[in-house]
Design a protein around this ligand. Structure first.
Ligand code: SF4
Ligand code: SF4
Length: 104
């Protein structure tokens, strides 16, 4: 698993095309590369207000939210024992699994 700082951190890999609003999320990464969400701004220490999210990760041909997968890493916690429950709460707060919420 690698963390990317920009949407071109895929080393030339093919990216999924953003689906229509409300369609199942395909991990295209557009939303999180365009701007950090409130979770990132509030819980990742020192996160810039603009630019791609520092927790955006690329794996298996799609982007995934690092704050769901391993929040302790980004929050600066001393260990990962709480990653499961915190990640679950973040996934719920983000509406993960409820479809694409990026309107363009
Ligand atoms: S929510 Fe939409 S824009 Fe964001 S990664 Fe999923 S499909 Fe792409
Ligand atoms: S915290 Fe997760 S959902 Fe929010 S912008 Fe970063 S990668 Fe995207």
């Amino acid at each position: 698993m690698s963390t990317i700082l920009a949407i071109d951190g895929t080393r030339g890999g093919w990216l999924p095309v953003k689906p229509a609003y409300g369609s199942p999320c395909n991990g295209c990464g557009y939303c999180c590369a365009a701007e950090p969400c409130a979770i990132a701004l509030e819980h990742i220490p020192g996160h810039p207000a603009e630019g791609p999210c520092l927790a955006l990760e690329f794996e298996g041909g799609r982007f995934v939210c690092g704050m769901i997968r391993r929040p302790g890493h980004y929050m600066g916690l001393p260990n990962d024992w709480a990653d499961g429950p915190i990640g679950g709460m973040i996934a719920n707060a983000l509406g993960a699994g409820r479809g694409c919420d990026a309107e363009i």
